[in-house]
Structure formats: structure tokens, C-alpha cells
Design a protein around this ligand. Structure first.
Ligand code: MG
Length: 168
């Protein structure tokens, strides 16, 4: 892959998306924190869709392959992996590429559980992982009003955008 020309790109943006099914017998982890719920997210890792979308946004901003390529689900090393570890690795990659995070904006598409009581903790968690202040992390939770976008109460999806600036 052609190395990034950091001299010619002061700012870079990225976008990420992920979705996982809700299943019984798993702990629900969103934004790096445990959320009490009857179901958790299926996945090879801990299934944290929000951190996965953010990691993909960061990798996308660097025009690097997505987390499915970086952390293959065929690799036993990532079985039940803590997604905060995966995101920290990606944030380190951002630093090595000569950039830092300016801000992030995220949407959780989620009919249940209610995200409001946990959103402040999620923003703090994401901010700490990304190396920014909590006011640099936007987080909105949207229900799907029965449209089936998140297949009512059976899945959670997440979108994320990120802005990077060249490190001084
Ligand atoms: Mg995922």
C-alpha cells in the first residue's frame, strides 16, 4: 500500500459502520462499557459494534483495510477479544501515521436497551481510548420505530465518523 503523504493532508475524515445480532448468554458491551441487558451481541470478539465502527472510521481515514482484515475472525487470538484492546491498537496506528483524533461522532441504532442512562459513560470511555476530551465525542442513540432497520430488538448497529489532523 502506498504510504500516506502526510505533508499534503492536514485533515482526514473517515466513516465506519457495524452491526451485530443480539443473543442470549452474552454480556452486552457498548462503547467499551458493560450495559445491563437480557441479551448481548454475538461476535467473534466481544461484539462491541460501537468501538468496531469507530475503529473502522479511524482506519478509513488512513485509507487502511478495515478491522475484519486487521483482526480476522478466523484468528483464535481474537476470540472473545476485548474491543478496547483492538481500538487502542488502531489509535496507535493513527499516531504512527502522524495524526491525532480531533473529534468523533457516532450513532447507535438500537431499539433496546435504552442508551440514555449509559451515554455519558460511553462518551468518557471512547474519549479515553481515542485520546480526546469527552466533548470531542458525539453520541446519539436512535430507535428504528419499527421500520426493521435494526430488526426490532434483535440487533444493534453503529455508525461513526472521525476527523484526524496531522500531529505537530
Ligand atoms: Mg463487528
Amino acid at each position: 500500500m502506498t504510504p500516506l503523504n502526510t505533508e499534503s493532508h492536514v485533515l482526514r475524515t473517515g466513516i465506519g459502520f457495524d452491526a451485530h445480532g443480539l443473543v442470549k448468554g452474552r454480556v452486552l458491551v457498548l462503547g467499551g462499557i458493560r450495559v445491563p441487558h437480557t441479551h448481548g451481541l454475538a461476535g467473534h470478539s466481544d461484539g462491541d459494534v460501537l468501538l468496531h465502527a469507530i475503529a473502522d472510521a479511524l482506519l478509513g481515514a488512513l485509507a487502511l483495510p478495515d478491522i475484519g482484515t486487521r483482526f480476522p475472525d478466523t484468528d483464535p487470538a481474537y476470540k472473545d477479544a476485548d474491543s478496547t484492546v483492538l481500538l487502542r491498537d488502531v489509535v496507535s496506528e493513527v499516531g504512527r501515521a502522524g495524526y491525532r483524533v480531533v473529534n468523533l461522532d457516532c450513532i447507535l441504532v438500537c431499539d433496546s436497551p435504552a442508551i440514555g442512562p449509559h451515554s455519558a459513560a460511553m462518551r468518557e470511555s471512547i474519549a479515553a481510548l481515542a485520546g480526546v476530551a469527552a466533548d470531542a465525542v458525539g453520541l446519539k442513540a436512535k430507535t428504528t420505530e419499527g421500520t426493521g432497520l435494526a430488526v426490532r430488538n434483535q440487533s444493534i448497529a453503529a455508525f461513526a465518523t472521525v476527523l484526524l489532523t496531522r500531529s505537530e
